[in-house]
Design a protein around this ligand. Structure first.
Ligand code: KIV
Length: 277
């Protein structure tokens, strides 16, 4: 069912059932108003740990905490009535053991109302994904460029080229077999993304991957032109809201300095008008 025709939020099993069907549409969100703007247009919203870089000015996602994910998850949840919400497990909240992952995933779901959590990693996270899904926590997996592993990956490079392709295919198979309901492929060569999509039984969600993936996701501030510190090749700016915001702020500042704002329609008289404020 298309996002616009839907009245209630899909469940992870509904997202999984969309494998090979009409493309799944997703964006990140971190605030209530942005969630409201996208609710009718996307199938699921990701409260990504990209929030650290996009809204908090951090230089990587490594310093993002559970408290930040909960605060932003709660804000986004208030803005959604039709799209499913997935919340990222932040760095350090799940890698130690399946038990640690369950504790933090359960807390995220309980305190934010998320329908699922996302975690980064392939084969090495398969045991944890199995542990979570067998205990009621739907998991979206994320392989390819996994920003939480930036220091071991050696930068924000394309992943899975050449001999690394076999390992990525194995990672995709492992997380699907472990029970993940969907798989994010970030910054992966197009042909490899297509092969993974053909091979695994769960929907692939591409970001810098391939139009052949079962769905697409972008960071909302990137596609709206609100985040301008840098632009990855895979980002298409569908708007330039950052430029518009700066121009509007400059116009406001000039109007205040020229005493043109507030104007007559923005101020109050001594007497209350008939039926007015
Ligand atoms: O944190 C995030 O925004 C993400 C997406 C880029 C998939 O993980």
């Amino acid at each position: 069912m298309s996002a616009t025709a839907r009245k209630t939020a899909p469940m992870p099993m509904d997202i999984r059932a969309r494998k090979g069907g009409a493309p799944l549409v997703s964006l990140t969100a971190y605030t209530t108003p942005m969630a409201q703007f996208m609710d009718a247009h996307v199938d699921f919203v990701l409260v990504g740990d990209s929030v650290g870089m996009v809204l908090h000015g951090l230089t990587s996602t490594l310093d993002v905490t559970m408290e930040m994910m909960i605060l932003h998850g709660q804000a986004v949840r208030r803005g959604l009535s039709r799209a499913m919400m997935v919340v990222d497990l932040p760095f350090g909240a799940y890698e130690e053991s399946p038990q640690q992952a369950f504790r933090n995933a359960a807390r995220l779901m309980r305190e934010t109302g998320a329908g699922a959590v996302k975690l980064e990693g392939g084969m090495q996270m398969a045991e944890t994904i199995g542990f979570l899904t067998q205990r009621g926590v739907p998991v979206m997996a994320h392989i390819g460029l996994t920003p939480q592993a930036i220091h071991t990956l050696g930068g924000y490079r394309v992943q899975g080229r050449g001999e690394d392709a076999a390992q990525m295919m194995a990672d995709a198979r492992a997380v699907a077999q472990a029970g993940a309901f969907a798989l994010v492929l970030e910054k992966v060569p197009e042909r490899l993304a297509d092969r993974i999509t053909a091979e695994v039984a769960i929907p692939t969600i591409g970001i810098g991957a391939s139009a052949g993936c079962d769905g697409q996701i972008l960071v909302v501030d990137d596609m709206l032109g609100l985040f301008t510190a840098f632009k990855a090749k895979f980002v298409k700016r569908f708007a330039t809201l950052g430029e518009q915001a700066e121009a509007a702020i400059a116009e406001y500042a000039a109007a205040v300095r020229a005493r043109e704002f507030p104007a007559a329609e923005h101020v109050f008289s001594d007497k209350a008008p008939e039926g007015g404020a």
